[in-house]
Design a binder for this molecule. Sequence first.
Ligand SMILES: [Zn+2]
Length: 78
Amino acid sequence: MKCFEHNKEFDKTCRKKQCRYWIECKESKNCAILASNSKEKLTLEDVGKLFSVTRMRICQIEKSAIKKLREKVLSIIN
Ligand SMILES: [Zn+2]
């Protein structure tokens, strides 16, 4: 069972700072996966706070991810 599945099932907070999904966010049990699965829509600023980077950096990462996805989809359909 993955860390975030265990945390969700047993309502636990991740205590392992070396965990790849660990973030400083008590409301999301210190877990990036649980934070990203919340029903709330997150702004670039909210996501930036979760990962301790600026909203501009999140914007850059978002653009890069969309570009990669677009290229992948186009390579599949063409
Ligand atoms: Zn964890």
